[in-house]
Design a protein around this ligand. Structure first.
Ligand SMILES: Cc1ncc(COP(=O)(O)O)c(C=O)c1O
Length: 383
């Protein structure tokens, strides 16, 4: 594709930092960039503690383990999110419960409250599902496409019901809540754990990479331990638990450090791209853009076009036409309750999600996207 959905951006800085790793021989999970990258994430998100990981999926996996999700437990999730939000629940032999989304594509707060209030009971300090009688130990909320979840009511009900909150902030680096709503806090720092991704299609990249954000020192120490093969004694190779090889390498951290230098300028460019799309498409009654809500400032990671009054066949025609013209577009993810590995799990009133996939289209949003390319995208979509 000539115009990709979201492509990475590199310059000489990346080469310079990577050369340093190769020259010094520090290529694995030790070296000066490992700590520097961690510090940069820390400073930018203002999270108490950060553990960089090999990708966002591993960050979610270890967060679920730190949330004490055990075999046969259940985890509440939105049905519209990337499959990587759900897979780690199954790595732990637990089960997802799929909830619907709101028109902002994030998990429906109303559905979370209704499900917890009406479909669960609280006993001996834990929440149980009335239907399955299983313990619900956590909820994962995804800040989809960089748009923040209305998290305050979720924090409140989950605190009361002792349900751990994991924020999937893979797509929302640079999305902050407003001062009045939540004191300018970065997404991923409100729940018990926040998970970032630095995959090649994210706002900044380390090739592959992620991070766990958390508030609590004990969790931080345990997270470090688990991500580094659960080493109890490094010299005599004592391991008293099953750990993971999830630490981010110095090479990947070096890439991340150089990318961080550009994050603020990317955020500015992406805001402009969003505004340009609004201008181009909203002069036409057939389209609108998915709008960030008023209680946060979005990183505008991926712009989503809403096709009003269109049918599934229209969406398919547009996708075909775009691809023929070298423009990468795709519908929103197929809802996870419809994915083969997850069909057997509980879904709770997921009506809205089923409709969204017919009318919503992700459109190119790379920071270096030119206005002339945006005009071309409009022309081809609207042909
Ligand atoms: C919402 C969401 N969650 C999780 C992930 C997983 O991140 P990674 O690809 O770094 O494993 C991604 C991105 O890929 C994502 O978009």
């Amino acid at each position: 594709m000539k115009i990709q959905l979201h492509k990475p951006n590199f310059d000489l800085k990346e080469t310079q930092f990577l050369k340093n790793c190769i020259k010094t021989g520090w290529v694995s999970n030790q070296g000066k960039y490992v700590n520097l990258f961690k510090k940069k994430i820390n400073q930018f998100t203002n999270s108490n503690y950060v553990v960089p990981t090999v990708n966002g999926t591993s960050a979610l996996h270890v967060s679920l383990k730190l949330s004490n999700v055990k075999e046969n437990d259940e985890v509440i999730v939105p049905t519209i999110t990337y499959i990587a939000t759900i897979n780690p629940i199954l790595y732990l032999k637990a089960s997802p419960i799929f909830l619907d989304v709101s028109s902002d594509l994030n998990i429906s707060v109303g559905a979370v409250k209704k499900f917890i209030n009406e479909e669960t009971f609280f006993k001996n300090g834990c929440t149980y599902n009335k239907l399955s009688k299983k313990k619900i130990s956590a909820i994962i909320v995804t800040h989809v496409f960089g748009n923040a979840v209305d998290i305050k009511p979720i924090l409140k009900i989950c605190k009361k019901r002792k349900i751990k909150i994991i924020e999937d902030a893979a797509e929302s680096l640079g999305t902050f809540y407003n001062k009045n709503y939540l004191k300018n806090k970065h997404t991923g720092t409100l729940g018990d754990f926040g998970c970032l991704s630095f995959n090649g299609n994210k706002i900044i990249t380390t090739g592959g990479g992620g991070a766990v954000l958390m508030k609590d020192k004990k969790n931080y120490e345990y997270c470090n331990y688990l991500c580094d093969q659960a080493k109890d004694n490094k010299i005599y190779s004592i391991h008293n638990e099953t750990g993971f090889n999830y630490k981010l390498s110095n090479i990947q951290s070096a890439l991340g450090c150089s990318q961080f230098l550009k994050l603020k300028s990317y955020l500015k460019k992406k805001r402009k791209i969003y505004k340009n799309y609004c201008k181009l498409f909203e002069k036409n009654n057939n389209y609108s853009l998915l709008k960030p809500r008023s209680f946060y400032s979005s990183n505008h990671w991926l712009n989503v076009l809403i096709l009003k009054n269109k049918k599934k066949t229209d969406l398919e025609k547009i996708i075909k036409r775009c691809h023929k013209n070298g423009i990468e577009v795709r519908p929103v993810w197929k809802p996870n309750h419809m994915q083969l590995p997850f069909k057997k799990f509980q879904k709770y009133n997921v009506r809205k999600a089923n409709k969204i996939i017919l009318t919503h289209l992700c459109i190119p949003s790379s920071p270096d996207l030119k206005f002339k390319d945006q005009k071309k995208i409009y022309k081809i979509i609207n042909a």
